[in-house]
Design a protein around this ligand. Structure first.
Ligand code: G4P
Length: 527
C-alpha cells in the first residue's frame, strides 16, 4: 500500500498545449534533454502537421504515425517521474487534444511572445478551464522582438480568463534581451545567445535594489527592472500553490525554448508545485488514486499505420491502484474479462513492455477493435468515467456508400473509425441517412482514405447545410414530443443513440431555443 502512495507521490502527468509554431515541440525536446530521456536535440520529431500538407493525406497519416511514438514521453527528473502527453497542435485534430486533456493532471501553455494569445490556445485553455486544470504559462521566443510583458499578461487575463502571477520577468527582449529575473527562486538568469545556460550566468539575487544589479545588466535595464518588478508586486497576487492547484491562479514564466533558456526554471518550479495524479470522477463515485484496486480509462485510440495489421493502440490512463501485465480486468462496457500480455510504456521515442503501472501512468494496449474512447477497465467494479465529451462538430457531410457490394465493410469501417474518435456520425431519424461531423476538413479525406485502405470500402460525400449538432435533454416528455414533432426532419441520433438536433443555421437554433425554453440544447455530449 505504501509503495502505491510513494509511486503516486513522484508522478506528474501533464500536457503541453499551444497554437502551432509557438514552440511546443522545441520545449518538449528541451524538457526531455533535462530528463536525459534523449541525448541530442532534434530527436523528437515534430508531431505537427504542416499547413502545406493539407491536400496530401498520406503525408498526414504518416505524420500521425509518428505521433504514436511521441504520444507519451516519460522521463525521470530529480526523483520525479514525469509523463508528458503530446497533443496535436493542428486545429483539425482539436478533438484528439481535448480528449488527451482528460488524461492529464495539469498543463503548460506555450505562447509566442510576438503573437500573444492565438485562437487555438484560446480554445484549448477553455477546455482546461472547464475542468479546473492547473495551468502554468511559458512565454517563448524572448530572443525575438515581441509584445510588452504587461500587455501579454493582460491578454492572458482577458482572452484566456486566467488570473496570473509572473514568476519570472524579462529583462529586455529581442536584440536587447539580457535574461530574466526569476522571482520564484530570487535569481538573475543572464542570457547569452546561442550558448547554453551555465551556472555562472545564474546569480542569486534576493534584493534587486542592490547596486550590483547595474554591473550585470547596465543602468537603464536595472532601472526598468526595478520599476517593473515593483509594479508586479503591486498588481499581481503572490504565488499561492493551492489557488494554482484549483486552477484559479496561473504562474507565468518567460524564456526561449530554442536557446534552452528559462526551461530549467520552468521544470524546477513545475515538479515542485504541479499536482500528483488527481482523483477522477465517474458516474458512480469519485475514484482516488490511492485506492488499492486498479481502474483506468481509454482516452485515445491510434490505428496501426500498416493496413495489413488492423490492430490499434488504445491509450489507458491509470486512475487508481496498480495495473499489472497478464492480469484479468473487466472491460466494463462489454462486461468482458480481458488481459494484456504486451502493455506498452513509452519512454521518449522508445517503447517497452511494462510489468506494472501506477496512477498517472499511460499504458498502450494492443487492441483489435474492443475499445472505444471513454471505456473503463477495472478489477470488477462497474464504473463509468466522466468528462470525455464529444464537441459539436463544425463541418458536416452526408456519407454515401459508393460500392453496394461493400456495405458491410463500410459500416464496420465507419463504426471503428468513430470509436477511435476520428469524427462523429449522426443518423437522421427521418430517413436513416448518415452524416459525418468533424472539426476540420482534413478528416473527411482521412476517413475516405482509411476506409479504402483498411476496410476495402468506398464512400462519397454529399454536401449538407448544417450549422451545429446539439445534444438534447429535457425534463418534460410532452414538451420534448412537441419539439420533436415540429423539428422531426432535423432530429438524429449520435453513435451512442443520444438524441441530437441538427440545426441548419444559427437562426434555426436560436428560434428553437426561444420557442422551446424547456428543452436544453448542449454543444458537448456530456452535460
Ligand atoms: P510547435 O511544436 O508549437 O508547432 O512549434 P515548434 O517547437 O516546432 O517551433 C516552431 C518554430 O519556432 C521552429 O522554427 C522553432 O525552431 C522556433 N522556435 C522555438 N522556440 C524558439 C525560441 O525560443 N526562439 C526562436 N527564435 N525560435 C523558436 P521553424 O523554423 O518553424 O522550424 P525549424 O526548422 O527550426 O525546426
Amino acid at each position: 500500500m505504501s509503495k502505491l502512495k510513494d509511486e503516486i507521490a513522484i508522478r506528474r502527468t501533464f500536457g503541453i498545449i499551444s497554437h502551432p509554431d509557438a514552440g511546443k515541440t522545441t520545449l518538449t525536446e528541451k524538457l526531455l534533454l533535462f530528463g536525459g530521456a534523449i541525448q541530442i536535440a532534434g530527436a523528437v520529431k515534430s508531431n505537427k502537421i504542416k499547413k502545406s500538407a493539407t491536400s496530401d493525406f498520406m503525408d498526414i497519416e504518416r505524420q500521425r504515425g509518428i505521433s504514436v511514438a511521441t504520444s507519451v514521453m516519460a522521463f525521470d527528473y530529480k526523483g520525479k517521474k514525469i509523463n508528458i502527453l503530446d497533443t496535436p497542435g493542428h486545429q483539425d485534430f482539436a478533438e484528439d487534444t481535448y480528449r488527451t486533456l482528460t488524461a492529464v493532471d495539469s498543463v503548460i501553455v506555450v505562447i509566442d511572445v510576438a503573437k500573444g494569445v492565438e485562437t487555438q490556445t484560446e480554445k484549448l485553455v477553455k477546455v482546461c478551464r472547464m475542468r479546473n486544470t492547473p495551468i502554468i504559462v511559458f512565454i517563448n521566443k524572448l530572443d525575438r522582438e515581441g509584445l510588452d510583458g504587461f500587455d501579454l499578461l493582460d491578454e492572458l487575463e482577458q482572452k484566456l480568463g486566467l488570473t496570473v502571477t509572473p514568476l519570472s520577468w524579462p529583462i529586455g527582449m529581442g536584440q536587447r534581451f539580457q535574461g530574466v529575473y526569476n522571482r520564484y527562486e530570487k535569481k538573475l538568469n543572464l542570457f547569452s545567445p546561442h550558448g547554453k545556460q551555465t551556472k555562472e550566468e545564474t546569480i542569486e539575487f534576493t534584493d534587486l535594489s542592490h547596486p550590483d544589479l547595474e554591473k550585470h545588466i547596465g543602468e537603464a535595464a536595472a532601472a526598468e527592472l526595478r520599476e517593473e518588478t515593483t509594479m508586479i508586486e503591486e498588481v499581481y497576487p503572490q504565488l499561492d500553490v493551492n489557488a494554482y492547484l484549483k486552477g484559479e491562479l496561473s504562474p507565468v514564466f518567460f524564456g526561449s525554448a530554442i536557446n534552452n533558456f528559462g526551461v530549467k526554471e520552468l521544470l524546477d518550479c513545475f515538479i515542485e508545485i504541479a499536482p500528483t495524479p488527481l482523483p477522477r470522477i465517474t458516474e458512480e463515485r469519485q475514484i482516488n488514486p490511492e485506492e488499492d484496486k486498479f481502474s483506468g480509462f481509454i482516452f485515445k485510440i491510434h490505428a496501426n499505420m500498416d493496413p495489413k495489421h488492423r490492430d490499434r493502440i488504445a491509450f489507458l490512463r491509470i486512475c487508481s491502484g496498480v495495473f499489472e501485465r497478464n492480469t484479468n480486468y473487466l472491460h466494463v462496457r462489454n462486461n468482458k474479462k480481458m488481459k494484456f500480455s504486451n502493455p506498452t510504456a513509452f519512454m521518449a521515442a522508445k517503447k517497452s513492455v511494462v510489468e506494472e503501472a501506477f496512477p498517472g501512468d499511460i499504458v498502450g494496449l494492443y487492441d483489435s477493435g474492443n475499445f472505444k474512447i471513454g471505456d473503463s477497465l477495472t478489477e470488477g467494479e462497474k464504473i463509468h468515467f466522466k468528462g470525455i465529451p464529444s464537441f459539436s462538430p463544425e463541418q458536416f457531410r452526408y456519407v454515401e456508400n459508393a460500392d453496394p457490394m461493400k456495405s458491410k465493410q463500410l459500416a464496420k469501417g465507419l463504426e471503428q473509425l468513430m470509436d477511435e474518435g476520428v469524427a462523429q456520425l449522426f443518423t437522421k431519424d427521418f430517413n436513416g441517412r448518415k452524416i459525418i461531423g468533424t472539426v476540420g476538413a482534413l478528416q473527411f479525406e482521412v476517413i475516405q482514405y482509411r476506409l479504402k485502405h483498411e476496410y476495402g470500402a468506398s464512400c462519397t460525400y454529399e454536401p449538407v447545410n448544417l450549422h451545429k449538432a446539439c445534444w438534447i435533454s429535457y425534463d418534460d416528455k410532452e414538451k420534448f414530443k412537441a419539439f420533436y414533432d415540429r423539428r422531426k426532419r432535423d432530429m438524429a441520433k449520435d453513435k451512442d443513440g443520444k438524441v441530437v438536433f441538427l440545426a441548419e443555421s444559427a437562426w434555426t437554433l436560436k428560434m428553437a431555443q426561444e420557442n422551446f425554453p424547456e428543452i436544453q440544447f448542449h454543444f458537448q455530449s456530456d452535460f
